[in-house]
Design a protein. Structure first.
Length: 282
């Protein structure tokens, strides 16, 4: 599969080079893969740095934009860029190293039996490092709110480390996505689930950024709250049936201490989660 990792940036010069190089290295051992940096005119020179990296490495590309337009807008632009160029898989990853690029192969491997793979902090073996208790409570509470109002059986619907098969983004028409902040992640996952695509959660360790400032704000939280309420009222609480299932149901071997990677099969209703096991790509 030909994969594209989309990395939205705004003032990420301190960590961009390391994040992009690690992503390119992870993809190099996993088929054909490129990295696209979508920069919103960062005043700290992130866009200039990204352009230099692209000149040095043919697998790195840059989409320069004028002014800060939001996370959702950056991903919509990145998805459109990748779909136009025929990538089979499109991934999301932060530039601040809160996501470990070395986990990309595990997300891609999960697509062998799924349509969307989500790097989850809140399934077994997933965790968050160095977040204050208030931030962690807000995140967990927000995800519980999403499950309650929409019915989507995800433990981490707001996660921003993901891999999508291209047909998911085409079928859900990403050009009509409305959200700009972290609600964007909820919106894409909800549309994919309601359309009957198979979603899995792959455990990851999320580490709080060491440099720069968090993009979280009251406006972003507010958008996620009211949009989730609207989506819950307007949409079904069960995914539609898809004719001709694309993937055979995998067997369910028991996980052990040597095989801790666990993923949830979320094609079924919330009371019918099926747990399967994945081995890490070495």
């Amino acid at each position: 599969m030909k994969s594209l990792v989309i990395v939205p940036t705004f003032n990420e010069a301190a960590t961009l080079q390391l994040a992009v190089n690690r992503a390119a290295r992870a993809l190099s051992g996993h088929g054909s893969g490129d990295v696209l940096v979508v920069d919103d005119g960062s005043p700290d020179g992130t866009g200039v740095l990204a352009a230099r990296l692209a000149d040095e490495q043919p697998c790195i590309h840059v989409l320069h934009r004028t002014g800060k337009q939001g996370l959702g807008s950056a991903y919509r632009a990145g998805f459109a860029w990748g779909l136009e160029r025929g990538y089979d898989v499109l991934c999301e990853m932060d530039a601040d190293l809160s996501h470990d690029p070395a986990d990309l192969p595990r997300l891609l491997d999960a697509l062998s039996h799924a349509d969307v793979a989500i790097g989850s902090r809140y399934v077994r073996a997933g965790r968050v490092v160095d977040w204050p208790k208030r931030r962690l409570a807000l995140s967990r509470g927000g995800n519980a709110y999403v499950r309650l109002l929409t019915g989507v059986p995800l433990r981490d619907a707001t996660a921003g480390f993901r891999a999508y098969r291209a047909q998911v983004l085409r079928a859900t028409d990403v050009t009509t996505l409305e959200s700009d902040g972290y609600a964007f992640q909820i919106e894409v996952a909800l549309r994919a689930w309601r359309a009957g695509f198979r979603l899995v959660e792959v455990p990851i360790v999320f580490t709080e950024r060491r440099t720069g400032a968090s993009k979280m704000s009251h406006e972003i939280v507010s958008e996620a709250l009211w949009r989730t309420a609207v989506w819950g009222l307007r949409g079904p609480r069960r995914p539609q049936a898809r004719s001709g299932a694309q993937w055979a149901r995998p067997s369910a071997p028991q996980a052990s201490a040597r095989d801790p990677e666990r993923v949830l099969d979320l094609t079924r209703t919330p009371r019918q989660h099926h747990t399967i096991s994945l081995r890490s790509a070495k």
